[in-house]
Design a protein around this ligand. Structure first.
Ligand SMILES: C[S@@+](CC[C@H](N)C(=O)[O-])C[C@H]1O[C@@H](n2cnc3c(N)ncnc32)[C@H](O)[C@@H]1O
Length: 371
């Protein structure tokens, strides 16, 4: 039998006042649609689902009118709401990380007696993660030719290619007609002279007609999108072939193999929570997943790139070009780096990682989705 909850019980569970619930009832936002045996209004499972959506949008700062439009939209089911809410929360988390980074910078500048300009102070509020960390990107992030060859091979005979989340364009093929999409102004500004034209947009809403490209590619970017599945569907809509370099977040055996996560950064697990499974991502484009090994001398300085060159992680330039370090926060970063430095000088790192040091390339969860 379906359980019905009283107003008092719902208020207690959700951590809101009974008055709030009465107000939502009065304005027709969430109406308890059942009655208890003694005639009081009671919430059904469906009412609770709607209330949960309302409270989550409220917490994200939406106004009640706006929320009413969102939850009444017949085209959006409960799963779509959860996906959208999850994306908005991650976006909020990234913005908070970007803001904290900008504040750290200002504190450092002030400590050196430098005052930031009014423009710089205000920019902090609109900061997106890559607007805050993007200027450090080109220092170590560039094309890794062996990975590029896999991507270009998978593009097949595509002549027109859309590169979504293009950044500075590290993996754009030079022998095809490429259009790039990149939401961060800082990243767009760092595209080299002569790079493909770049449109300011996000994956979740691509400003192109259906089937306007032979292929769409996305490299090391899907985990940054507010709604990865929606973004992949958009790519599918605008292109016939798809090539996506991403991570396998469900078979995380590789996380145990990667000593940086295993021994120094347990916080990494938190970044994967709620991340869509590889099957969900592959399902969104109807594609297959192929493992991509990371060579020991990988030229592109992404998070796992230095698995056989541990000293690299002690270098601030290496860390600043990888969002993971900003996302786990300065405390976790300081602790990880200082423990790693200790273990490298004591020989403990070498002792623990004898097996991996003997390899030339390793599977650390990188996957190429091709459809
Ligand atoms: C790690 S960089 C990868 C850049 C480039 N693809 C490469 O391989 O060098 C991730 C990029 O994704 C972009 N990005 C973040 N959210 C996005 C979104 N919703 N849609 C498209 N790109 C996004 C960031 O601005 C950033 O430039």
């Amino acid at each position: 039998m379906e359980e019905h909850l009283t107003v008092g019980r719902v208020a207690e569970l959700a951590g809101v006042t009974v008055r709030t619930l009465h107000h939502y009832d009065e304005i027709g936002l969430v109406r308890p649609s059942s009655r208890t045996a003694v005639g009081y209004r009671a919430y059904t499972a469906g009412d609770v689902e709607r209330l949960r959506e309302v409270l989550a949008y409220r917490r994200l700062g939406f106004g009640l009118r706006e929320i009413a439009d969102l939850v009444d939209d017949p085209a959006t089911d409960a799963v779509a709401h959860l996906r959208r809410l999850r994306g908005l929360l991650l976006d909020q988390r990234d913005r908070a990380a970007a803001m904290a980074t900008a504040i750290d910078r200002e504190l450092e500048a002030r400590a050196m007696g430098i005052r930031t300009t009014p423009e710089e102070q205000l920019k902090v509020f609109g900061a997106r993660l890559y607007d805050a960390i993007g200027s450090a990107y080109p220092a170590t992030r560039r094309t890794e030719p062996r990975i590029a060859a896999r991507i270009w091979d998978a593009l097949g005979d595509a002549r027109t290619v859309l590169n979504v989340g293009a950044g500075t364009g590290s993996y754009e093929p030079h022998d095809r007609d490429v259009t790039a999409v990149e939401p961060s102004a800082v990243m767009r500004a760092q595209r080299p002279a002569g790079a493909a034209p770049c449109v300011a947009a996000a994956a979740e809403s691509l400003p192109f007609e259906d089937q306007s490209f032979d292929a769409a590619m996305a490299v090391s970017t899907v985990h940054h999108w507010a709604d990865p599945v929606a973004g992949l569907r958009e790519m599918r809509r605008v292109a016939r072939r798809m090539v996506v370099l991403t991570y396998d977040a469900d078979e995380t055996g590789w996380a145990h193999r990667f000593w940086l996560i295993r021994d120094y950064m347990p916080e990494f697990a938190g970044l994967l929570v709620g991340w869509p499974s590889l099957a969900d991502l592959a399902g969104a484009i109807g594609g297959r997943a192929e493992p991509v090994l990371i060579p020991w001398d990988c030229a592109d300085g992404f998070f796992e790139a230095y698995w056989r060159r541990p000293e690299a992680y002690l270098d601030e330039h290496v860390r600043r070009a990888v969002s993971v370090w900003t996302r786990v926060g300065p405390q976790a970063e300081r602790r990880a780096v200082s423990r790693l430095a200790d273990d490298l000088s004591s020989g403990r790192w070498a002792e623990r990682n004898r097996e991996i040091v003997a390899l030339d390339a390793v599977d650390l969860g990188l996957r190429l989705l091709v459809a």
